[in-house]
Design a protein around this ligand. Structure first.
Ligand SMILES: C[S@@+](CC[C@H](N)C(=O)[O-])C[C@H]1O[C@@H](n2cnc3c(N)ncnc32)[C@H](O)[C@@H]1O
Length: 371
């Protein structure tokens, strides 16, 4: 049995690699005069300590032992891919239509229509949020700022084998912050595919938002075409690239309507090795072009199939639209890509681990075709 001594470092310490059954206690050294012994009872123990002066959170967690055996979320049974690779983001708790989330040092409360349970609120951090987004009866909603914090603030996601990705965050309309953290499961999968290809892979990222998937692909060595209708979003994505030290990578930044761009690329004979898309339920192109997922998604995937190179390794579709299940997207990918090229399609829910509950919150759905 071993005793672990750790020294205070702001924000988070995680020890996913350790063989948890060998740990009997953790000694946290806060300062020269203050230490705390944290009894270690189970592999899922989490500790929160807030430093009074600086208001920094320290999270000590030992979530799962790496490789086999210690799987916490029974991925196979539920077919949910869990984004559990974050240090700077954490879904602390969820209850009564709301999520309590930590984004770096900032704690936010945001509505989530999936959270239809009213389980007891399991952490005191509910009462210490920096801001809360509330829906309005008239539609839309607004942020209520409770504690001061600087915007934009920054969080990072540690990619295996390359530098961390850094994202600027802001409290925006529609409860957005600038990152969909559950997408980390897709960033990891895409990076794996790009690295395995062992050549410069060309990626087309559509409805690309603030560029997280673009950056993940570029960090893994891909040349990326990033398309989003909103100029402001493209600018934000470029800033995220600069923050992440990826400003000089081969990324083509385009403010364009995705459907129109695909038609132009088909006429020009453009080819891509990997196509990814995360279309909204409803959106508008820069010229006011209406995007309605139910009617547009299949024609867009069909058109995109014509842009895939001969030895394309992957095609990924993600959606947050209720009613568009993983299997429905999988069906379309099989029909438009798998039927001609073979390979296989994985369709999964994607979700986030909920610290307080030790379970996972479904957030969206993804279908991935791979050769
Ligand atoms: C839900 S976000 C995508 C989330 C993002 N992929 C991620 O994981 O961080 C939807 C994006 O689609 C863009 N959009 C909506 N309609 C569009 C259109 N017709 N053409 C291009 N982009 C569009 C919006 O500007 C927005 O940035």
């Amino acid at each position: 049995m071993i005793n672990i001594t750790i020294y205070w470092q702001p924000i988070t310490l995680c020890f996913p690699q350790w063989h948890v059954e060998n740990i009997c206690s953790i000694l946290l050294v806060i300062s020269r005069h203050r230490t705390i012994v944290l009894p270690f009872n189970s592999p899922y123990d989490y500790y929160y300590i807030e430093r009074k002066k600086t208001k920094e959170f320290l999270k000590v967690c030992l979530p799962v032992k790496s490789g086999g055996g210690g799987q916490r979320y029974h991925q196979r049974e539920t077919k949910m891919l869990i984004a559990n690779s974050w240090m700077d983001y954490e879904l602390l708790d969820c209850s009564s239509g709301e999520r309590l989330e930590r984004w770096g040092n900032v704690v936010l409360v945001r509505p989530d229509p999936q959270v239809i349970w009213d389980t007891p609120k399991a952490t005191a951090l509910w009462g210490r949020a920096h801001a809360r987004y509330s829906r309005s009866d008239k539609g839309g909603g607004s942020w209520q700022f409770i504690k001061k914090f600087k915007e934009p603030w920054e969080i990072s996601w540690a990619c295996p084998q390359s530098q961390s990705l850094k994202f600027g965050l802001k409290c925006m309309g529609f409860k957005h912050t600038g990152v969909f953290p559950e997408q980390a499961v897709n960033w990891s999968r895409l990076q794996g595919i790009i690295r395995t290809a062992n050549r410069t892979v060309k990626v087309l990222n559509m409805f690309a938002y603030t560029g997280a998937a673009t950056l993940a692909c570029a960090a893994a060595g891909a040349a990326v075409t990033h398309v989003d209708a909103a100029k402001g979003m493209v600018q934000w994505a470029r800033e995220n690239a600069a923050r992440s030290g990826l400003g000089e990578k081969p990324i083509r930044w385009l403010a364009d309507d995705c459907a129109k761009f695909v038609q132009r690329e088909l006429r020009r004979g453009g080819k891509y090795d990997i196509i990814i898309m995360d279309p909204p339920s409803y959106g508008r192109g820069p010229g006011g072009e209406i995007w309605k997922l139910e009617t547009e998604i299949h024609p867009l995937i069909r058109a995109c199939a014509g842009l895939l190179s001969d030895d394309a390794p992957a095609f990924l579709v993600n959606s947050y639209t209720t009613g568009l299940s993983p299997s429905v997207m999988g069906y379309i990918l099989r029909a438009e890509i798998g039927a001609k090229r073979g390979g296989s399609v994985d369709c999964d829910e994607i979700g986030l681990p909920v610290t307080a509950a030790g379970t996972a919150l479904p957030c969206g759905a993804s279908a991935l075709w791979t050769k």
